[in-house]
Design a protein around this ligand. Structure first.
Ligand SMILES: *Cc1c(COP(=O)(O)O)cnc(C)c1O
Length: 440
């Protein structure tokens, strides 16, 4: 009989959802990447008195102070890119990358609906029109065939997210982009350190980058890094980061496309912390990979529960341990399983994202009270968003996806014993969930 490590609760007990004792009753330890090294780094900067050294004028300080530059040099070296440009969030980084790519009003950008809303908002920011292509149900990343079918003469870029910890099919997408003379942008927010062959996810696109917000593998509280090997894209990102319109007069002859800027500058404290964090990235990634492997061993025997698929040539850094249920094998719905496992004390994600179904898209309302940018090149009726556009993304969200947030918890071996006990208890009692309607 499988027993909970905190007590002696037999797995055949009545489900907690129906009044039985929960399997896991102690809190799960948190994932944590910040330690003494970061505290020391922050103290060093505070004591210097210079918490930022950016100046919004062309000159030495246009690209920030010593910590920012040192962090950028460390990131460029780590990811093996010509340029690593820090920003105050990856949302800012996405806006800068889409702007640098030259996207303007009415330009179409093809992206995945299975991503954070910021991926799509960055396109809208420049007046671009987001066009959603469906995902590969094995990897949750953009399916290049669906992307290809949506390319029109108006398409100017593909924005692929490397979701849950592994790269999209970036070589196929890059080939598609190059063949159509458009730009490929990678949103690698969730997959820093993941590899595609010998290269890092995010660096094979024309431009890409990583989030440094507090629930990613490594963080600086808030922050982001843009990476590219293209000097002109890098220059444009730096202009957008730091009030480009204010320095254009000092740079005769520069391309003024999308040069009007923002303040997307990262502070010196965050940059100093970032230098420490990037050194820890390999070890933190290895810890997620080890836990991912142990979860597969713990849950792999459960019938109808698919463990994550790692695409050929990819490594997976497990931002989310993404499982799928097979409804042809399991007699209970995904939502019933989720409710039963939650009641047992197991925290799981039930859904992720279907960005194409947000009100902004369904109603085509983003700026002002009209339908800009969808009406920029004519009637907004040309574009429609709704159910049926991305069947795989919708089905996964509605009825198949179950995920574990790997950068939120530290699933040590003791916790995994409880995971196994809880899942086995639910699987043994699965028939009792057959008619569950959400009201236990
Ligand atoms: C976290 C995240 C972002 C946004 O990054 P921030 O640093 O929070 O602005 C964008 N895209 C994806 C896929 C993310 O997970």
């Amino acid at each position: 009989m499988v027993r909970n490590h905190h007590g002696n609760v037999p797995v055949t007990e009545r489900l907690a959802l129906f009044g039985g004792p929960p399997t896991l009753v102690t809190p799960i330890p948190s994932y944590r990447s910040i330690g003494n090294e970061e505290a020391e780094a922050a103290r060093r900067v505070v004591e210097s008195g210079n918490l930022s050294e950016f100046i919004g004028a062309w000159g030495d300080k246009f690209n920030g102070g010593p910590e920012v530059r040192a962090f950028e040099a460390a990131a460029a070296e780590y990811f093996s890119t010509s340029h690593a440009i820090t920003v105050n969030s990856w949302t800012s980084g996405l806006v800068a990358a889409v702007g640098a790519a030259g996207i303007g009003p009415g330009d179409e950008v093809i992206l995945t609906p299975w991503t954070m809303s910021a991926t799509a908002a960055a396109i809208l920011h420049w007046g671009g029109v987001p066009i959603f292509a469906d995902i590969d149900p094995r990897t949750f990343n953009l399916d290049p065939q669906h992307v290809e079918a949506l390319i029109t003469p108006r398409t100017r870029a593909i924005l692929a997210a490397d979701i849950f910890g592994q790269s999209a099919d970036v070589h196929a997408l890059r080939e598609l982009a190059d063949r159509n003379d458009i730009i490929l942008i990678s949103d690698t927010a969730q997959s820093p350190g993941a590899k595609v062959g010998s290269r890092f996810a995010g660096t094979i696109a024309h431009i890409g980058g990583y989030s440094l917000n507090y629930h990613k593998h490594i963080h600086t509280g808030e922050g982001g890094i843009v990476v590219t090997d293209d000097d002109s894209l890098a220059d444009r990102v730096r202009m957008i980061r730091n009030h480009g319109e204010a320095v254009a007069a000092s740079r005769p002859g520069i391309d003024l496309t999308n040069h009007v800027g923002h303040n997307f500058r990262l502070g010196e404290i965050e940059a100093a912390i970032g230098i420490e964090q990037i050194q820890k990235l390999p070890e933190l990634v290895a810890s997620r990979q080890a836990q991912g492997g142990r979860i597969a061993t713990t849950l792999g025997h459960l019938e109808g529960l698919h463990q994550p698929h790692v695409a050929e040539r990819n490594t997976h850094v497990y931002y989310v341990y993404a499982m799928k249920i097979d409804p042809t094998v399991i007699p209970a719905t995904r939502d019933a399983l989720h409710a039963a496992l939650t009641a047992e004390g197991i925290p799981l994600m039930r859904q992720y994202q279907n960005i194409h179904l947000l009100p902004a898209f369904r109603e085509k309302r983003a700026f002002g009270s009209g339908h800009y940018p969808w009406d920029y090149t004519g009637s907004h009726d040309r574009y429609r968003y709704g159910r049926g556009m991305c069947d795989n993304a919708e089905r996964l969200n509605d009825s198949e996806f179950l995920g574990i947030e790997m950068c939120r918890y530290n699933l040590d071996d003791g916790v995994l014993v409880s995971f196994r006990a809880a899942f086995e208890k639910v699987w043994e009692n699965i028939d009792s969930l057959r008619n569950w309607q959400g009201v236990p």
